[in-house]
Ligand binder design. Structure first.
Ligand code: NZQ
Ligand code: ZN
Length: 385
């Protein structure tokens, strides 16, 4: 096992009647900005519940955070925060609202020029406004991690940052509110969480059996419970299991002491930036292509994954590796998620642009053991044309 540090200070409230807990988690004198997206919280009752919990607070509302939240919209919130002296943020919605809130919280305290530097130049976050979250969509794990992904509309870029200042103070997880999700978003959530586990698991063995089994438990739970939540988002039990699986998939625990990959995400972010493809759908395109390209390098873990998660125990090693890849693709497709670039009107020219962007950023050997070179990216995406 590799050396590791583990720190996760996020207080979680999970369940049906948890929104009132907000009241005790934000000091009476705080000036609060309630940040939300395109309006789903008005339709599923979450807005009313949150407002009830905040009835004694001075609240400014900021709506309109987009899926794939932008720098441009986030900076408008920063302007209002500075003008009004707001000192606590509350994100209410899915991963996009949470990620935007993390960036807004950091940008409001940034003293070294344009906060875009945090994303584009990897400048560290040295301070952040405190914030909490109310989660209505199981997918990203943003509710219990320190990561954020922000897009810049003017340049069609999508970049991530991570900072210990960017953990929520608390997160309220509402599986019931996720009952109003369109099926498409539930599918996205299952696949995003599934790939988060694989980014931390499907590398090479380092004798970390506990982390492996945590990862396999989450994958198997997603395979069992994800389709139930997809078929009926109002199935509270299934949605609860999906939501907690998605949180556990990316709160740092299963990544302790094991190598990570994350190049599926690096490449996927480009597909969103260039074509607006939903985040999870980009992962479902990239992952099979990358595995097909690196099947030899990732063979040991592909065989373990196939055996323990999909019960693939017969055939030659080559056949078992192929079966593990096929099972994964079938699972994504069973949730209505297509895994070919052509379906999304992306072709060879998109591959050229992505490869060039990696070269320009000097991202020449990313991911698991630095295996993801621009040439590997080209081959991986060509598999998925
Ligand atoms: O904007 P509203 O009106 O709220 O509608 C949203 C949005 O249209 C809707 N929605 C959310 N909860 C709902 C609901 N609709 C009905 N009922 C509900 N209960 O769903 C749509 C998608 O929401 P979004 O927040 O964009 O989805 P998701 O949670 O999948 O977040 C995706 C973003 O997270 C980033 C992605 O790149 C993408 O930008 N990620 C963040 C990560 C992190 N912070 O650790 C890791 C991930 O890998 C990912 O990159
Ligand atoms: Zn993801």
């Amino acid at each position: 096992m590799k050396d590791f540090e583990f720190y996760n200070p996020v207080k979680i409230y999970f369940g049906k009647d948890q929104t009132l807990k907000i009241h005790s988690q934000i000091a009476a004198g705080n000036k609060v900005m309630l940040i939300y997206g395109g309006g789903s919280i008005f339709k599923n009752g979450v807005y009313d519940r949150v407002k009830e919990a905040l009835k004694d607070h001075d609240v400014t509302e900021f709506g309109g955070i987009e899926p794939n939240p932008t720098y441009e919209t986030s900076m408008k919130a920063v302007g209002i925060i500075k003008e009004k002296g707001i000192d606590f943020l509350l994100a209410v919605g899915g991963g996009s609202v949470l990620d935007a809130t993390k960036f807004i919280a950091a940008a409001a305290m940034y003293r070294f020029g344009d906060p875009w530097n945090i994303l584009a130049k990897g400048m560290p976050v040295a301070a952040s406004l405190p914030f909490g979250a109310v989660l209505t969509l199981p997918a990203t794990g943003s509710e219990m991690n320190k990561n954020s992904v922000i897009s810049r509309a003017s340049t069609s870029e999508k970049l991530a940052f991570s900072s210990p200042y960017s953990f929520p103070k608390f997160s309220i997880l509402l599986p019931g509110a996720a009952g109003s999700l369109p099926q498409k978003q539930v599918a996205n959530g299952v696949v995003d969480a599934f790939v988060h586990v694989l980014e931390q698991y499907l590398t090479y063995p380092v004798n970390a059996p506990l982390q492996d089994r945590f990862a396999e438990a989450i994958l198997i739970t997603l395979i069992e419970e994800g389709p139930k939540a997809y078929d009926n988002p109002a199935d509270y039990e299934a949605m609860s299991n999906l939501m907690w699986s998605a949180t556990m998939a990316l709160n740092g625990l299963i990544g302790c002491g094991v190598p990570g990959d994350w190049s599926v995400h690096d490449i996927g972010h480009e597909l969103t930036a260039l074509h607006g493809i939903d985040h999870a759908r980009t992962l479902a395109i990239v992952l099979p292509g990358l595995w097909k390209t690196l099947r030899e390098e990732k063979k040991d873990k592909l065989l373990q994954y196939g055996a323990r998660v999909w019960n693939i125990n017969t055939g030659t090693e080559v056949e078992r590796v192929q079966a593990a890849i096929d099972k994964t693709v079938d699972f994504f497709e069973s949730l209505g998620i297509k895994t070919r670039l052509g379906v999304y009107n992306a072709g060879p020219e998109t591959i050229d642009i992505i490869v060039k962007r990696f070269e320009e950023r000097k991202w020449l050997s990313r991911g698991d053991r630095g295996l993801t070179t621009p040439e590997i990216i080209r081959r991986a995406l060509e598999y998925q044309l």
